[in-house]
Design a protein around this ligand. Structure first.
Ligand code: ADP
Length: 161
């Protein structure tokens, strides 16, 4: 049984995240999308709101589960017996940081390896931060996030469409 974990903030989930979920779920028996409980980041959505959106959007994917975690990804991977950490790479700027994290995780938990999926070219510019920035000015975010997420983001900024 090959279990992988895809950790992140997902504040909110974008088409870029969804693409990584769809592609990596095909490579493993079970993919656990793990939302980091990180109060320091001052998120737009609560962890519970993020989990509920991700569950809704992955409902048709039978081997995808959603959970939350605290602390080190490598420790959480050990806890749920996942041996693979999935991360997405958008640009070289992601690489240095991701490499450091991957190596640290492997030292903390030698049973775990990180695999990187390169971003789909269509979404290489896309980040949750950009979505929030565009939405805060009332811009169209329908090309960035699934329909189920669009209105929830506008609601946070008190924007009606
Ligand atoms: P974090 O705060 O851990 O970076 P994010 O929610 O921003 O969490 O991202 C989670 C993962 O998804 C990271 O591996 C990130 O590189 C990847 N990711 C984010 N946006 C995209 C995208 N547009 N294409 C591919 N991967 C992405």
């Amino acid at each position: 049984m090959k279990r992988a974990i895809y950790p992140g903030s997902f504040d909110p989930l974008t088409f870029g995240h969804l693409d990584i979920i769809e592609r990596s779920a095909k490579m493993v028996d079970e993919l656990n999308v793990a939302v980091l409980r990180n109060n320091a980041k001052n998120p737009l959505f609560s962890v519970e709101e993020r989990v509920s959106m991700i569950k809704e959007l992955t409902a048709q994917m039978p081997n995808v589960t959603v959970s939350t975690f605290d602390g080190l990804t490598a420790d959480y991977a050990r806890q749920i017996q996942a041996t693979i950490i999935v991360r997405g790479l958008r640009a070289v700027t992601d690489f240095e940081y991701e490499l450091q994290i991957a190596q640290t995780n492997h030292v903390v938990n030698p049973q775990v390896d990180t695999i990187f999926l390169t971003t789909n070219l269509k979404y290489s510019y896309l980040s949750s931060t950009i979505v929030k920035e565009v939405a805060s000015y009332g811009g169209d975010i329908s090309k960035f996030v699934p329909e189920a997420v669009v209105q929830r983001v506008y609601d946070k900024f008190n924007i009606s469409r």
